[in-house]
Structure formats: C-alpha cells, structure tokens
Write a new protein. Structure first.
Length: 265
C-alpha cells in the first residue's frame, strides 16, 4: 500500500483546535500520514493566546530536514510562522527539499486578536514564501494586507486573488469566512475563477477553520488528487467540521475533525 505523506510547518496550539494539532487531526482523518515541524509553541485555549514561544531557527530547520530526508513529503502546508527569519528559512527548506505541493496559509492574527506573525514579516511572506508556494489560502483580512485592497464583495475577492497570483503562486483561494452571508471562497488558477460555496453557520466555534481547511487541501494534494477535487473535498470537510462543532471550551471552540466521516456525532 502506498502511503501519502503530508508535513505541516506551523505553530502548536495547546488547545488542540488550530495549528499543528488541527492539521495532524485533519491529515489522519483523510488517510494521510501526518508529520510536523513546529515553529512556535503557543499556550492557548478557546479564550485566547496566553503565551508564544518561537522555536530556535536551527530546530525548525532540523525538523524539516529530518522528515524530508527520511520519510518523504508528498505535500506540505504552512501555518503560523511567527517572524521573517522563520519565513525565509522555510522558503529555503522548501526549495532545498524540492517540496512542490506547498499550501501556504498566511496566518497573521488569531481570531481572538493575538498577532501570530510580526507585522514587519509580511514582506518576507510576499517576497520569499509565496513565490515557492503552489497554493495560498488567505482569509479576507490577510488578502487585504497582502494586496492593500479593501475587500467588500466577491468582485473584490477576485481582484485580490489575481493580485496575489501575480506574486508568483499558482493557485489562490481567498476565503470568505469573514464576509457576510454565505461562506463563499474564490479559487483562482491564474486564468479563471471557481467558487466554493456553503451556507454560513451561526456559531462561535470557528477556532482553527483556516488551519483545518488548508490541511485538508494539503492532504488531498498529497494523495495526488486533482486541484479542484482537492479543494472541493477540503470545503466539504471544513463545512462538516463547523456545522457539527463540539461545543467545548468557554470561548471560540474548535471545529469537529470527525464530522466529515461521522456525521451527527
Ligand atoms: N460560520 C461559517 N459557516 C460556514 N463556513 C465557514 C464559516 N466560517 C468560515 N467558514 C469557512 O471556513 C473556511 C475557513 O475560512 P476562514 O475565513 O474562517 O479562515 P481563517 O480566518 O483563516 O480561519 P482561522 O484564522 O480560524 O484559521 C472557509 O472555507 C470559509 O468559507
Ligand atoms: C498555533 C496557531 N496557528 C493558527 C491559529 C489561527 O487560528 P484562529 O484564527 O482560528 O485563532 C492559531 N490560533 N494558533
């Protein structure tokens, strides 16, 4: 049996709803062998981020080297990268190990407001990481920071996707989780647009939605699925995870990583 292997390069969320933990749960549910390179440890729960402890650069590089040179990486994703030095290191490692299917979730600020990427690192994201990425999945505030646009409509989302595509990344998904109305994401392949649609669920339990969505895409790409099939599966996975949230914690709770396969849990 050929095992598909996916690597997440991201921060650890002690609360288990976002970051490395959400990514590994998603990989596992989608039948992909999950590996991790932890960029920072966060002390975090559904009420917020209580501490951030970046891992030394050497340790991040060695984690990536260790898995890439031994187990192999069919696809990877990035999440919280904390600062510009980490971004540059990750970009170098992606090139060194020829990781072609890299999904960059350009995590900047946690839902609760804590900064997960230094503001001055945004340039490194644009100039160093996006050019080596296969796909990027900004939410609305991230797409606004990357492009300088103010995004209020699907037309604006498409314009942002185009401009981000011009930064050297092949596929762009501008996610509509932060818009009003239905949860509509725009997928741009450099020429044309597709939409991923779902109804919006009125729930506070959306902690880690972006992490889970990008991890599901990476998992499907690791299995060799065609792009649009991969993103459609990821959308179905995150929609089920939000729809059937677990209701745990006292704040913005995690999504339900079992839901896609075990509906009505
Ligand atoms: N309330 C909701 N109901 C249905 N789908 C949602 C809802 N909120 C977000 N989504 C979907 O979840 C996915 C993640 O989008 P979102 O914009 O929330 O990402 P994000 O802000 O990067 O997430 P996070 O920062 O929590 O990791 C998208 O497919 C989006 O459309
Ligand atoms: C380690 C880590 N990575 C990513 C997020 C973003 O998730 P959210 O925006 O839902 O807080 C997070 N809170 N923590």
């Amino acid at each position: 049996m050929k095992v598909a292997r996916a690597l997440t390069i991201a921060g650890s969320d002690s609360g288990g709803g976002a970051g490395i933990q959400a990514d590994l749960k998603t990989f596992q549910m989608l039948d992909v062998f999950g590996m991790s390179a932890i960029t920072a440890i966060t002390a975090q729960n559904t009420l917020g981020v209580h501490g951030i402890y970046p891992v030394p650069l050497e340790g991040i590089g060695l984690q990536i080297d260790a898995v890439a040179t031994d187990l192999g990486v069919d696809a990877a994703k990035t999440g919280m990268l904390a600062d510009a030095a980490i971004i540059r290191l990750v970009a170098d490692k992606v090139k060194e190990h020829n990781i072609e299917k890299l999904v960059v979730d350009p995590v900047m600020v946690a839902k609760g407001g804590a900064r997960l990427l230094q503001e001055q690192a945004q340039d490194a994201l644009i100039h160093d990481l996006l050019p080596v990425a296969f796909m990027t999945t900004p939410n609305i505030p991230e797409a606004e920071v990357l492009t300088g646009l103010s995004i209020r409509s699907l037309v604006d989302m498409k314009e942002a996707a185009k401009r981000i595509g011009d930064m050297g990344v092949k596929y762009v998904i501008v996610k509509g989780g932060h818009m009003q109305g239905d949860a509509i994401d725009i997928v741009f392949d450099g020429t044309s647009f597709e939409q991923l649609d779902s109804k919006r669920f009125e729930t506070p339990h959306t902690h880690g939605t972006g992490c889970t969505f990008s991890a599901a895409i990476a998992a499907e790409l690791a299995k060799g699925r065609p792009i649009f099939e991969a993103v459609a599966t990821a959308k179905a996975f995150i929609t089920a995870a939000i729809r059937e949230s677990l209701g745990i914690g006292h704040g913005h709770g995690p999504t339900n990583h079992w839901a896609y396969f075990r509906s009505n849990l």
